[in-house]
Design a protein around this ligand. Structure first.
Ligand code: GDP
Length: 299
């Protein structure tokens, strides 16, 4: 929790300072409630959640004095209620050999890094892991994945830059099946510039995966960069249309005051949130827990 708090400190201090300033010597009158709603919207929590929180406070505490601690408690409770239904660990099904995770998201969102961190976690749990370097557009992505492979003891299946991503995915799964690996994670290129191409590429990857295992991919993990705020919301909408996203990872919560966007996305999409990234290091990936996140974010 300490690490998570430290990681989320920029989100929580932005919201926290505003809350502290708001509540100093003030009653919960119309003006304060309106200001509170604005602060919550500004913290990227989403209009729906901001309105619900202020309405609850208006109903329970209108024109009464409220202190900092009480306000934060109510906020944390409401945020936790939004997040609780979506907080789900990434569960590896041991009956699948391998469990196939397709990792999608825009360039720079943190896909390769998240794959590396997850590989380390799965390896620690004693699982065998294969990584498919399916972001064949960027030589750096392929290299980075190979480095994660070396660090974690995961097998990396890669081809040269510019090769066909679906062929790579096919090969990665084939090798993983032959080796009876527990998990295979397939990286992808996230070029949003051309949505038709992106859709065609991801569809093709899914199609070749299903040729070998019609129940796969078992997870389609969308990686979102928290620093992009509302853009992360738009990306969720686009990727849900482009491929069947089954769950979310949100990265870079350490580098932003916009962590509240996770609450807005949860409220709007209801997709499982599996893990959150709070740094570049191998241990900076946490399972997502509603109560911890809610408490960390209100400061
Ligand atoms: P990809 O293009 O989606 O594969 O993104 P990368 O995995 O290459 O990540 C892009 C950059 O973001 C790299 O410099 C990563 O080290 C960095 N990054 C990824 N996750 C996090 C995180 O949780 N926190 C921080 N601060 N940086 C991150």
């Amino acid at each position: 929790l300490q690490r998570l708090r430290a990681g989320l400190s920029r989100s929580s201090s932005a919201l926290g300072q505003n809350l502290t300033a708001l509540i100093r010597k003030r009653k919960l009158d119309d003006e304060t409630l309106q200001d509170l709603e604005d602060i919550l919207i500004q913290a990227d929590l989403g209009v729906e959640t901001a309105v619900r929180i202020t309405e609850r406070l208006a109903k329970e505490r209108y024109d009464k004095e409220i202190d900092d601690v009480e306000l934060r408690t109510v906020l944390a409770q409401e945020i936790e209620a939004v997040l609780e239904p979506v907080a789900k660990p990434l569960a590896i099904d041991p009956a699948k050999s391998p469990h196939v995770i397709l990792v999608v998201g825009v360039n720079g969102a943190g896909k390769t890094t998240t794959i590396g961190k997850l590989a380390a976690q799965f390896r620690r749990e004693g699982r065998s892991v294969v990584l498919g370097a399916g972001d064949t557009f960027r030589a750096a992505a392929i290299e980075q994945l190979k480095i994660w492979g070396e660090r974690t003891g995961a097998t990396v299946v890669a081809r040269e830059q510019g090769s066909d991503a679906s062929a790579l995915a096919f090969e990665a799964l084939q090798q993983a099946r032959a080796a009876q690996a527990d998990v295979v994670m397939i990286d992808t290129a996230g070029r949003l510039q051309n949505r038709t191409e992106l859709m065609a590429e991801l569809e093709k990857i899914v199609r070749v995966i299903r040729k070998q295992d019609e129940t796969a991919p078992h997870d389609v993990l969308l990686v979102l960069d928290a620093t992009t705020g509302q853009n992360a919301m738009n990306q969720t909408e686009i990727f849900r249309q482009v491929c069947g996203v089954t769950g979310l990872a949100m990265t870079k919560l350490d580098g932003t005051a916009r962590g509240g966007i996770l609450v807005a996305i949860a409220a709007k999409h209801g997709l499982p949130v599996h893990v959150i990234g709070v740094g570049e290091g191998v241990d900076d990936l946490h399972p997502f827990t509603a109560s911890e996140f809610a408490r960390a974010i209100v400061g």
